[in-house]
Design a protein around this ligand. Sequence first.
Ligand SMILES: [Zn+2]
Length: 360
Amino acid sequence: MPPPLDLAGDVVDLLRALIDLESVSGNEAAIADQIESALRPYGHLEVIRDGNVVVARTQAGRAERVVIAGHIDTVPIAGNVPSWVSGGGEETIVWGRGACDMKGGVAVQLSVAAAVTEPTRDVTWIFYDNEEVEESRNGLARIAREQPDYLAGSFAVLCEPSNAGIEGGCQGTMRAEVELTGVAAHSARSWKGHNAIHDAAVVLGLLADYEPAQVEVDGLTYREGLNAVKITGGIAGNVIPDRCTIEVNYRFAPNKDAAQAEAHVREVLAGFTVTVTDVAVGARPGLDQPAAAEFLAAVGGEPAAKFGWTDVARFSAMGVPAVNFGPGDPMKAHADDEFCPAADVYSCREALLRWLGPAN
Ligand SMILES: [Zn+2]
């Protein structure tokens, strides 16, 4: 049995303990058990266990409630558990699977949840499973369906890595397939057929020449992208292929809904057979909302746009403005050499304490 998590101790030691509890998606029971039993002794928190989701909320009767969420799973281990450290003092770096995505954020959540016994606003802390896998397994999505009251609040923070700065909203993502058809023939008599793979050149040319927009939404600039991400075609070394499929991925600013995003992809690829296979709309940054203002003031710095899709969109879909705010560089998420600067962990903890009230 691993030692119990010490929520009252140093938050960087807590991060290391969390990394050492392997929790690849689908295997979160042990870390959820540890998080639950570490939170239970704190009388100011109502702790709820639902599958491998742990919810801890204050019931202080404040005028406002905020939600602070983080996922407890990671992508598979790559020889990077248990954790280790390099540097020292202010330069300390914590290494290991989940250091960046996102056990640094989870450590901050747990440390602040335990420390703030009299919050300035009521807080719902959520620790959820299965974020790094397909949508149908996502623990936050399940809670949104089954227990939406757990997610109720006027503002939400997702402690995904953001270099300890605020990243507002998120971009949407759409996948579509471009289907090219030709006529099969023996490659010795290619003039009898029509080569579908050769037709891909036109589509790839359009995508290569495409100039993605930079779109300003609520004061933040989102940089879009439309890219081929997969190509399949051909059945044998002596057959002119009659089929070629190009998968494209469109990352779009949160001012577009799914229909507008689809219309844009169809316009760029006009004349081709396009089938949308998957779409998730983005989230507006919501920084113009009053509930966000005090958070911005407490954290300081200039908010930036989030590139990529995160679970903030789930809150946004429920009408709750949400931002990403957590330690670690998102560019290092899922990398074999992922790490988190200790300084980021401390500064995120300090920022949440400035917002939610002093540590007891
Ligand atoms: Zn993550």
